[in-house]
Design a protein around this ligand. Structure first.
Ligand code: 5GP
Length: 185
């Protein structure tokens, strides 16, 4: 099965995805390819496959991606077909941490085999505060992310499940329930 997680940046999506992956040995994160530089402790092949622009564009030509996106101006992110095969061959469920457009595209592609989750911040002001608190991006980048977030909030109705991440423990509980329902456990 396919589990898709999308959210405006800073909504706490990665926290919830990591929570899920730490609990379940039958689930694995689809590692995307990106042309952005590693942040902090990020490692090639763990958070992302960090590749050059030329390499990314060669892979587009070779039709190696299920989907890809210019998420932020000049930065590519994409899901490699080989990555999904790698995880499915192990018999694991595939977990996607992907931007809102990419999430909608994957849901369209996988239909009933996929459950799409939209992780929403309580409000845009809170999201702005969280991004500043995280202190991993410049103020310009944060402004760009907040602007994109406001637009992305409008797409939440296209997702199967909306989780408002206000109190993290409540969000985790809702996630557990939804996963059980989807996997009929
Ligand atoms: P970040 O730079 O913060 O790691 O990620 C920026 C955004 O790109 C996030 O919303 C993340 O989910 C999204 N993203 C990561 N991988 C992919 C991908 O393969 N395809 C698409 N469309 N978006 C992705």
């Amino acid at each position: 099965m396919i589990l898709i997680f999308s959210a405006p940046s800073g909504a706490g999506k990665s926290t919830l995805v990591n929570y899920l992956l730490n609990q379940r040995e039958d689930m694995e994160l689809s590692i995307s390819a990106t042309t952005r530089s590693p942040r902090g402790n990020e490692v090639n092949g763990k958070e992302y496959y960090f590749i050059t622009n030329d390499e990314f564009e060669r892979l587009i030509q070779e039709d190696a991606f299920v989907e890809y996106e210019n998420v932020y101006a000049g930065t590519y992110y994409g899901t490699l077909k080989s990555e999904i095969e790698r995880i499915e061959n192990k018999g694991h469920h595939v977990v996607f941490d992907i931007d809102v457009k990419g999430g909608m595209r994957l849901k369209e592609l996988y239909g009933n085999h996929a459950r799409s989750f939209f992780i929403a911040p309580p409000c845009i002001e809170e999201l702005h505060k969280r991004l500043i608190g995280r202190a991993t991006d410049s103020l310009d980048k944060i402004a760009e992310r907040v602007k994109k977030a406001s637009i992305e909030m409008e797409d939440q109705e296209h997702f199967d499940v909306i989780i408002v991440n206000d109190v993290l423990e409540d969000a985790k509980k809702q996630l557990d329930q939804e996963i059980k329902k989807f996997l009929k456990e």
